[in-house]
Design a protein around this ligand. Structure first.
Ligand SMILES: Nc1ncnc2c1ncn2[C@@H]1O[C@H](COP(=O)(O)OP(=O)(O)OP(=O)(O)O)[C@@H](O)[C@H]1O
Length: 260
């Protein structure tokens, strides 16, 4: 059984069918790219997987659970972490505090355990602190750990968001356009980082991204959407040479894709 199974999902907004029967899977420890020209339905599909939208029909299974109708606040508990296209950090808090906030969302100590400061709460807090240190080192954020997040360049803030998602130890990390706003060198660093994150945390990654060279470099497989339908699904090489994919991009006017 695959880790994530998206099965024939349909999502409509009034008269617009944004996603028209899309199916794909993500296996454990797989990096899967989800690409397509503008308006293809990538973000809508992504937001269905993380519980922001509920599909009109179809099913989503994750790690043996049917999560189709689960609300977004339960996704961390299921083992799904995410980052946002336009960042959703606590800007006046420090880097370390932002990373720790990700763990508090996933915390298991109940209200009474916390109120009475039971040993399990101390143990959990120590474990979370250790994980935060490990993540700050891995993401090269140690030097700025105590700086307010708002003072950092955009590319660094993106790494903080990634660390915050990783602290709850997700089995699947959903990344929405992580390369958006990054320069060439930063995209190269991101590619290396994604592969390292997969290796270190033994997790799968679903990557919605316009930056084609990044997707092709890091993905084990790529699913391609166009006008709300999946038109291809395969290895980067298979997808790159698929005539329907080439047609979708050449006719779609997508600059990033054309550049690939
Ligand atoms: N909330 C909404 N209300 C109405 N229509 C929407 C809504 N969200 C998306 N759509 C429409 O659904 C279609 C798919 O949009 P979506 O944002 O999922 O595409 P995308 O592949 O992520 O595009 P992009 O690469 O430009 O972000 C588009 O026609 C879009 O206009």
């Amino acid at each position: 059984m695959a880790l994530l199974e998206v099965e024939d999902i349909v999502i409509r907004f009034g008269g617009v069918t944004a996603v028209a029967g899309v199916s794909f899977t993500v296996e454990e420890r797989q990096i899967c790219g989800l690409i397509g020209p503008n308006g293809a339905g990538k973000t809508t599909t992504f937001n269905c997987i993380n519980g922001i939208y509920r599909p009109n029909s179809g099913r989503i299974r994750f790690d043996g659970h049917d999560i189709t109708a689960e609300p977004k606040h339960r996704m961390t508990g299921f083992g799904i972490g995410r980052t946002f296209q336009n960042l959703a950090l606590f800007r006046s808090m420090t880097v370390r505090e932002n990373v720790l906030a990700g763990a508090h969302i996933a915390g298991h100590g109940g209200f009474l355990a916390c109120a009475f400061a039971l040993p399990q709460v101390w143990r959990e807090a120590a474990m979370v602190e250790a994980r935060a240190r490990e993540l700050l080192a891995l993401l090269n954020l140690e030097r700025v750990a105590d700086a307010p997040v708002a003072a950092l360049p955009f590319g660094w803030q993106k790494r903080v968001e990634m660390a915050r998602a990783l602290i709850s130890r997700p089995k699947l990390l959903l990344l929405d356009e992580p390369a958006g706003g990054l320069n060439h060198g930063e995209v190269d660093e991101l590619a290396e980082l994604l592969v390292e994150i997969r290796r270190n945390f033994d997790l799968a990654i679903l990557l919605v991204e316009h930056h084609m060279s990044l997707v092709m470099r890091v993905s084990d497989k790529v699913a391609v959407l166009d006008f709300g339908k999946k038109i291809a699904d395969g290895t980067p090489d298979e997808v790159r040479s698929n005539p329907e994919v080439i047609r979708a991009y050449l006719g779609g006017g997508d600059d990033h894709a054309r550049a690939a």
